[in-house]
Each structure stands twice: as structure tokens, then as C-alpha cells.
Write a protein that binds this ligand. Structure first.
Ligand code: R5P
Length: 292
């Protein structure tokens, strides 16, 4: 039964305090609805505006990648250090604890394996299943300049339309085929096209001149790590990307193939969230690696 408000305390409507109406912290995201913003705020820290996304979706086209042979053994210890997990629905359901509180960015395109033409991808997840798994974003590979360019752009725009219906952001991933040069001109072209066509955020590679890429892209960019580098070089790359306008990293091999993955993800966090110098972050990595 409803109870009357019998409190003796005088009501206070704080009539002298105007209700705050603040802009959303994330680049290019202010016009979205509440659910979309809430999902983005699970991926990007509202404190730093940045994210450390741990990418381990490589198996969707290349099978048991080095370091991912047993995701349950090698990736689970890293989960507490990641803001967001980028993975496939197969790995999410089979290996990841439903009690984990990380944001999930789900790989939503696929089709060809490394044995075939990689750009021949299709949408690989129904949005209803993504919602069922409570994911924070769907990720789709787009092959600008690739043999199936239009098909992959269409995959993305269809996911964006579905995402808009339910408040689900889409991460557009610029995929570079073997025949294309990864330079500032190409990366600017690809990232801008993805943002113009509705991606809420874009993942791409760090290239010299990245500042221009970030400036010309109206949505947040996260950088992929790419193939394994010595730890200090990978931290340098993350540092340069953040200082030139990236909103975070979506890093895989440079973390899970490191000599000490836990130390490395911690060092990456320092660069991304705490503005640490490369020297400080690398020192942290060395200390953590040598800790027994
Ligand atoms: C690769 O196909 C996946 O999309 C990865 O998520 C992406 O390349 C990032 O991983 P890495 O840092 O290993 O390049």
C-alpha cells in the first residue's frame, strides 16, 4: 500500500540551484540518446576520457593465434586491467565469466579465414544476440580500397542503423589489405569515411602524422597495437598516439604476446589514463615483470 509522506522535515526544492546540464565528455558523442552514451561511458573512462581495450578477437579469422591458444588461461588474468574487452561472441559465452564488469566490444563481422580474400566479410552477429549478451558496442571491419569495399561499408551502415534503434554504438575498424599502404593519407581517408557513415568510434593504426588523422575524424579513435614490438616501442607508440589525439588503444598482441602481459597492460594503462611518460611506464613494466 502506498504510504503518505509523513516526514516532519521541511521539503526543500533547492530553488536557488539551477539543474545542471553538462555536455557529454566524449568527442562527437553529445547528440546521442542516454543508452548510447551510457554504453560509451562504460568503454571510455569518464575520468580520463580514454580507454584501454584489450583485443583478443584474432581467432575469428586466424584461429588459435600465438598467445590465444587458451584464452581461459592467458587472457583471464588480464581482464581486471582492461576497460573493455574486444572479442567474439563464441569466446564471450565459452570463456568469459558473466560476473566480469568490463565493457564488451563484440566483433560483429566475419566470414573469410586467412586462407581466403579477407575483405569478403558479412555481418556475423544479430543485434538481438548482442543485446542479450549486454555488450557495449559492436565492431565491424571495413576494407576501404579493398576488393569488397562497398560490401564492408554496407555491413557497417546496416549495423549503425540497427545500433541506432537500440542505443548500441558501432566501432568501425579500418582494415588494411596487403596491397594498400598504411600511411597518413590512407588512414585519414578511411577513418573519415567510417565516421561520416555513422561509426561512433573508429579503430585504426598509428602512423606518422597521426595528429592530422585525429583532427579530421569527428569521433574518438582507438589505435590497434599491430604486430608485436619490443615493450618500450609499443609504449612509445601508445604514448605518441594519445598525445596526438587518440582516445585510447585497442591492443592485443603487444599485450598478450609480451613477456609479462599483466605488467604490460598495467604500463599501457599508465600511458593512456595517467599521462605517464614512456620512461615511467617502461620502468613500471620492468618492476612489475621482475616482481615475484
Ligand atoms: C585483428 O584482426 C583484430 O581486429 C584485433 O582486434 C586488432 O588487430 C587489434 O589487435 P592487435 O593489437 O594485435 O593488432
Amino acid at each position: 500500500m502506498a504510504e503518505a509522506d509523513f516526514s516532519k522535515k521541511e521539503k526543500n526544492f533547492y530553488t536557488d540551484i539551477p539543474q545542471k546540464s553538462e555536455a557529454f565528455f566524449l568527442k562527437g558523442s553529445n547528440a546521442y540518446d542516454w543508452g548510447m552514451k551510457n554504453r560509451l561511458a562504460r568503454i571510455f573512462s569518464p575520468r580520463s576520457g580514454k580507454t584501454v581495450m584489450l583485443a583478443f578477437d584474432h581467432g575469428y579469422f586466424q584461429g588459435p593465434t600465438t598467445g590465444l591458444e587458451r584464452v581461459d588461461v592467458t587472457i583471464r588474468p588480464l581482464i581486471p586491467y582492461a576497460d573493455a574487452l574486444m572479442l567474439t561472441r563464441g569466446i564471450l559465452r565459452t570463456v568469459i565469466e558473466p560476473s566480469s564488469t568490463n565493457a564488451v566490444v563484440m566483433r560483429a563481422s566475419g566470414g573469410p579465414s586467412i586462407l581466403k580474400e579477407l575483405s569478403n566479410e558479412h555481418i556475423a552477429v544479430d543485434i538481438e544476440d548482442a543485446l542479450r549478451m549486454n555488450v557495449s558496442a559492436m565492431a565491424v571491419q571495413v576494407f576501404i580500397g579493398g576488393p569488397h569495399e562497398t560490401q564492408t561499408v554496407n555491413n557497417m551502415t546496416r549495423l549503425v542503423d540497427m545500433g541506432m534503434r537500440y542505443g548500441m554504438p558501432v566501432l568501425g575498424v579500418t582494415a588494411v589489405g596487403t596491397e594498400l599502404v598504411r600511411d597518413v593519407r590512407y588512414i585519414s581517408l578511411a577513418t573519415r569515411i567510417l565516421a561520416e557513415l555513422g561509426a561512433s568510434m573508429v579503430k585504426t593504426y598509428f602512423v606518422p602524422g597521426f595528429e592530422q588523422v585525429a583532427a579530421a575524424c569527428p569521433v574518438p579513435i582507438v589505435i590497434a597495437g599491430g604486430k608485436k614490438l619490443p615493450e618500450r616501442e609499443a609504449l612509445q607508440m601508445a604514448h605518441d598516439a594519445i598525445n596526438q589525439g587518440a582516445s585510447g588503444v585497442d591492443m592485443g598482441r603487444n599485450i598478450f604476446q609480451s613477456d609479462s602481459p599483466v605488467a604490460m597492460i598495467g604500463a599501457v594503462r599508465k600511458v593512456v589514463h595517467d599521462n605517464s611518460s614512456v620512461k615511467e611506464a617502461y620502468q613500471y613494466y620492468e618492476e612489475m615483470k621482475n616482481r615475484k
